[in-house]
Design a protein around this ligand. Structure first.
Ligand code: ZN
Length: 408
């Protein structure tokens, strides 16, 4: 997020307060997030014990966080050290919220997620953006964002910002290249509906969304996103690996056959040409009609379920190509889990075996370090959910800025 940091004038006190606010808020968040069932709402005394802050400091910070509607008391919830009931604390679901946005080849999406992680608004609008200029495509997103902003206002949520997921290479506020959208150097406005907007690669945001939403996932994994294009979000020890210039994870442009069909990126034989949605449609004998509606992923699933041989063969071949590319990635970075996301999530029952077969054959350490292939828990919503989550995370990481600025 690009919220300004607290200014340098009473630096020590301001930064100490900011640090302590973040420590207390993070402690509650780690214990009470929706995706950590069974976690009890911690009391002030428990927070003091775990964080090493004095009880007086914790109480001051908690009062300030409650005043800013970042924390809420949940009534007597646990027993304190001397046996009397103490008040539990949770993230306030009526406080700050994040707006996630996504632009993809054939849809735009928006969702609002509250501080506690609950989805409060979610819409997808199917629209073929290949035939639109970047300006008109972004106007579609802005319109949908406006609906989400109005819904958040009706629910008395205060949006801290918006994050936009795009299927391409992102640098600062610029989409350098989104081959399947036909975008080159497209600037995303810094603000929509008076909210600050950041932009990031959809696979990166989806990987972070998956990390937050799936407590069973190991801290190191590769998230593979399958839309018309294919991307990967690489997470090692809970941190996104962006690469030195921010362009890592372009799995869709790994070469499967050097002399294969020309890709939208200009190279030949990229993975997308074998396992992207359009490639699966073509291989199944259902190429995208020039002016008609393409076969949907739900129809891929229905056809494969019904035993349709061309679709089953198309998915088998897509899975093999994916397995070849992912094996290369695993040989390089040694992750134990591959998460199939986007449209690969509903197709996982047909893709898993061919992918696993190639991994077993091609990952040199496979005998000692087997690789799991699992479907995403967020499925096709991972990128837009991850985008909203990135806004929430910025508030949790730096509540002082939220309290000093937008939160009031
Ligand atoms: Zn390519």
């Amino acid at each position: 997020m690009t919220h300004p940091r607290p200014g340098p004038a009473p630096v020590r006190q301001a930064s100490l307060r900011g640090h302590n606010l973040a420590v207390v808020l993070r402690d509650v968040a780690d214990r009470t997030a929706l995706d950590r069932p069974g976690g009890a709402d911690p009391s002030r005394a428990e927070i003091a014990e775990r964080t090493g802050l004095s009880r007086a400091t914790v109480s001051t910070m908690v009062d300030e966080l409650i005043g800013a509607r970042l924390l809420a008391e949940t009534g007597p919830a646990s027993r304190g050290a001397v046996g009397r009931p103490s008040v539990g604390l949770r993230l306030d679901p009526g406080g700050a919220a994040g707006l996630g946005l996504e632009v993809n080849v054939d849809y735009v999406a928006a969702c609002v997620v509250d501080l506690a992680g609950a989805v409060r608004y979610h819409r997808i609008r199917h629209v073929d953006l290949r035939t639109r200029t970047p300006r008109r495509a972004l106007a579609e997103v802005e319109t949908l964002a406006g609906r989400a902003v109005r819904s958040a206002a009706r629910q008395d949520l205060r949006l801290a910002g918006a994050a936009l997921a795009v299927p391409g290479l992102v640098q600062d506020q610029l989409v350098r290249l989104a081959p399947n959208l036909g975008w080159v150097d497209v600037a995303v406005p810094p603000e929509w509906h008076r909210l600050p907007v950041t932009v990031d690669n959809e696979s990166n945001l989806a990987a972070l969304g998956e990390l937050a939403a799936n407590p069973a996932l190991p801290r190191s994994f590769v998230y593979v996103s399958g839309e018309v294009g294919i991307g990967a979000g690489i997470v090692v020890d809970g941190e996104l690996v962006r690469g030195s210039r921010g362009f890592s994870g372009e799995l869709g442009h790994l070469t499967i056959h050097p002399d294969g069909p020309v890709c939208r990126c200009g190279a030949r034989g990229c993975l997308e040409q074998y396992a992207g949605q359009d490639a699966i449609r073509a291989a199944a004998g259902r190429p995208v009609p020039p002016d008609g509606i393409p076969t949907s992923v739900a129809e891929f699933v229905a056809l494969a379920d019904a035993g349709n041989l061309p679709m089953r063969n198309a998915l088998q071949h897509a899975g093999e190509a994916l397995g070849v590319a992912i094996a290369g990635l695993v040989n390089l970075i040694d992750v134990a889990t591959v998460v199939l996301g986007g449209s690969f999530a509903p197709l996982e029952p047909w893709l898993r075996d061919p992918i696993a077969g190639e991994l077993a054959r091609r990952v040199v350490a496979a005998r000692w370090a087997p690789v799991d292939v699992v479907p995403s828990v967020l499925g096709e919503d991972a990128a837009v959910r991850g985008a909203a989550g990135s806004v929430i995370r910025a508030v949790l990481d730096d509540p002082a800025t939220w309290i000093n600025g937008a939160g009031r």
